[in-house]
Every structure is written in C-alpha cells, then in structure tokens.
Design a protein around this ligand. Sequence first.
Ligand SMILES: CC(C)(COP(=O)(O)OP(=O)(O)OC[C@H]1O[C@@H](n2cnc3c(N)ncnc32)[C@H](O)[C@@H]1OP(=O)(O)O)[C@@H](O)C(=O)NCCC(=O)NCCS
Length: 194
Amino acid sequence: MADHHIPGVVALQESCFPPPFDPELLWKANHLRRHIELFPAGQFVALLGSDVVASCSNTLISEDNWRAHKSWDETVGGYFLENFDPAGSTVYGLDISVHPDHRRQGIARALYEARFDVVRRRAIRYGTACRLPDFINSNFPTPVSFAKAVEAGEVEDRTLTPLLKMGLTMTDVLENYMDDIESGHAAALLEWQS
Ligand SMILES: CC(C)(COP(=O)(O)OP(=O)(O)OC[C@H]1O[C@@H](n2cnc3c(N)ncnc32)[C@H](O)[C@@H]1OP(=O)(O)O)[C@@H](O)C(=O)NCCC(=O)NCCS
C-alpha cells in the first residue's frame, strides 16, 4: 500500500462494513498514513487496474501483548497503532476487506498469503480477532456458542468461515472485544504459525 492508494482504501471500507457497523470505527486517511510510516511491509492492497478492490492492514505486537488477549483498542493501541513493536512476536491482522463485487475469487486468500510471508520472514505467529457478523441473526444464545458451532462446521459465518478456511486456528472467543452489534461485541481469536 502506498499513500496514493489511501482514498481507495477509505472508500473500500465503506462498501465492506455497511451499517449497522459504526462508520466512525473505519480507518481514516490519517490512520492509514501512520500505518504505512510505522510498518510499510505490513500494509497491502489488491488492484484492478488502478482501482483498489481489496486491502488489509497489519501491525506487530509484543508477546506479552498477544498473550494478554485484551480488547482491540488495548491490544493494538488504537487507530494509530501505539503498541507497534518492531521486535514484536506477532503479526496482528487489523482488518481485511474485499469489495463485494470481487468476492469468492481468491483475493482474500492471496492477501493472507502476503501476511503469511511477513510471518515467515520476521515473526513467530500471525494472530487476529475475527468478527462474527452472522451471530445476530442466528439462534445461538451467546457469541461463544455460535463461534464454536462455526468452528465445528455446523453453521457458517460470512467472516469466520472464510478465515478458518485460510488455515487459521480458533484459540478463544473474546467478549467485549469491540463495539460491534452484529457480533455481540465479541470476536474469535485466531492464530497461524508457519
Ligand atoms: C471475508 C472476506 C475478506 C472474504 O474475501 P474473499 O476474497 O471473498 O475470500 P476468498 O475468495 O479468498 O475465499 C477464501 C475461502 O473462503 C471461502 N469463503 C469466502 N466467502 C465465504 C462465505 N461468505 N461463506 C463461506 N465461505 C466463504 C471461499 O470459498 C474460500 O474457500 P476455499 O478456497 O476453500 O474454497 C470478504 O467477504 C469481506 O471483505 N468481508 C467483509 C469485511 C470483513 O468482514 N472482513 C473481516 C473482518 S474480521
């Protein structure tokens, strides 16, 4: 990702996280500029011609920070990634967005390969916390029971199911992870090691 891709990434976020996701929670241009300054090797876009059709952002966090399993804000240090640790053990995936018109063509898988390459070069693991947007319309009483059923392949979630297909392992479900009505404010903690 380069600075000239930033307007495309900002527009992409709006297509990928429609309401009821709070638009205030999406990256703004000044956040993305800071991510590129801090960790240029961890920011990716997929282009169709010059159009941004997908993106993902990553940070590096310390081992203690990863193991603490706290909220998104406390883990990454907010939108400006104040917990970025250049010697960190964990490449932490902040988001992945594929434009709705270009899904199911392997673009997320290609971005995940780029993430895994960063891990192979410099870190112990890839870790992330994944939304559960289909929880709200499920019959499951809690996000934890829903996530476990998705993990077992009993039901699908439009976000957790694809991420499990990337080879990530679910290690926990974090309650009160971020402000996210559809996910019951929870997230599935996922990791991958080379
Ligand atoms: C989740 C998302 C990134 C997937 O992107 P994508 O480019 O369509 O995914 P891919 O085409 O690379 O598919 C990867 C795998 O997941 C599967 N998959 C993709 N979308 C799926 C869905 N909605 N339900 C079930 N499986 C799905 C694919 O079949 C593929 O598996 P396979 O290779 O074993 O056949 C995309 O739907 C998206 O941007 N969603 C909105 C933003 C979001 O929620 N991001 C994650 C935040 S935690």
